[in-house]
Write a protein that binds this ligand. Structure first.
Ligand code: EZ4
Ligand code: CO
Length: 403
């Protein structure tokens, strides 16, 4: 029985901050887990180092479910992004260890491959519709089967999802939160023309997606969903802030545009009603923010009973360790839908050497034992933590809006 001998948190910032947990065992095998929480990284690092690691030493590394329950039920204070990211990191590292000891890539322990690869979507964006579609065309030429479209909004200086760089989007952009101006009216007028132009330019064989990023009310979201119906989007993401799950009943009453939600959810309880009442089509919870492989499998199984498929969050603030784990999960489950894929910088890929690869619009986790990803600690040490925040949004009258 491999025992946990040590666990360490490694914080590195190769272009952006990442928090990684590395667990070592008596078998000489180690595992890694992502614990990155954008803009609140050190809170998770402390939760792990100060509160979780002392509880792990000497435990059976194979007892993944029991350790998950021990950390979840044993804390008394349950759920929340900090707690669940910490549990996710432990869980992911333990699955890495178990798969390495078994001598198998992780997806084999999860039931084996259900598909040949994992369909991903890339992010095309631009200040204007023209620029966004130029970038989208490059994705299509590179084999992408699905593309997310975000465009600048006339009259607003900066909006979510539109980057300065063409192909790398990095939302955490200040050592204090930067402020952007928001107008729902201006935004709502801008999206349908983007999708109309996109179908003209890109045709109908490519999936098109859009992220509202929690900016609308339910009835506004119903309107937007209806406006987009003629262009058959793959999904409309995070249409409203989702603390109030019943909001989605209103959206559902007004549109057949498929709905995706959940990148900020931390547990099955955050999406229980959404799934049970079949109010959504895709659940976006991912490994690092929703309790690891163990808890994500529970969410996916529950979703499968209700015709809900997965669409895991995969932005650049989720490290390659999270991406590798997500790909093993995606490859194995029956109700996979799509995986978000934003490429990391070269420096990040050097810190986290990995076996997953992109081919013909799909990612594959590779055939290396375990997760097929590691952290190069010497490389990581070159990039010290740098405080960085996500922006905030204010309406034209100065009041706070959801970012
Ligand atoms: O804003 O991960 O769909 N992707 C997203 C991301 C999120 C960031 C926040 O840290 O919404 O770009
Ligand atoms: Co999103």
């Amino acid at each position: 029985m491999p025992k946990i001998t040590a666990a360490r948190v490694i914080v590195t910032s190769p272009g952006r901050n990442f928090v990684t947990l590395k667990i070592e065992t008596t078998d000489g095998v180690h595992g890694v887990g992502d614990a990155t929480l954008n803009g609140r990284e050190l809170a998770v690092a402390s939760y792990l180092t100060d509160h979780v690691v002392p509880m792990l030493i000497g435990r059976d590394a194979h007892a993944i479910e029991d350790i998950w329950q021990y950390l979840y039920k044993g804390a008394y204070w349950r759920r929340g992004p900090v707690t669940m990211a910490a549990i996710a990191a432990v869980d992911t590292a333990l699955w890495d260890i178990k798969a390495k000891i078994a001598g198998l890539p992780l997806y084999q322990l999860l039931g084996g491959a259900s598909r040949t690869g994992v369909m991903v979507y890339g992010h095309a964006n631009g200040a204007t519709i023209e620029e966004t579609l130029e970038n989208a065309a490059v994705y299509a030429e590179n084999g992408y089967k699905a593309i997310r479209l975000q465009s600048g909004v006339p009259g607003l200086k900066s909006v979510y999802g539109v980057s300065k760089d063409r192909f790398v989007y990095e939302p955490a952009d200040g050592d204090l939160p930067t402020e952007s101006l928001w107008s729902t009216e201006k935004y709502l007028r801008s999206v349908a023309p983007l999708f109309e132009a996109a179908r003209d330019r890109l045709g109908w064989d490519v999936h098109l997606l859009h992220d509202v990023h929690h900016r609308l009310t339910p009835i506004e979201a119903g309107r937007l969903g209806k406006d987009l119906e003629p262009y058959r989007p793959f999904w409309m993401e995070d249409a409203v802030p989702a603390e109030n799950q019943a909001s989605f009943r209103i959206i559902r009453q007004h549109t057949t545009t498929p709905l995706a939600v959940g990148e900020v959810f931390n547990s099955i309880w955050d999406c229980k009603q959404l799934i049970e009442e079949q109010l959504i089509d895709y659940i976006r919870t991912t490994i690092v923010h929703a309790g690891g492989v163990t808890h994500l499998r529970k969410i996916a199984s529950f979703a499968d009973l209700h015709h809900v498929r997965t669409g895991c969050h995969g932005a650049t603030d989720l490290s390659p360790v999270c991406m590798a784990a997500a790909l093993h999960f995606d490859l194995s489950i029956p109700n996979f839908g799509i995986q978000e894929y934003m490429r990391h910088t070269e420096a990040t890929d050097e810190v986290f050497p990995h076996a997953y690869s992109f081919h013909d619009g799909m990612l594959h986790p590779g055939e290396v034992v375990g997760l097929g990803v590691d952290i190069d600690e010497a490389e990581a040490a070159k990039y010290p933590y740098k405080r960085a925040y996500l922006p905030i949004a204010r309406r034209e009258d100065g009041s706070m809006h959801d970012w």
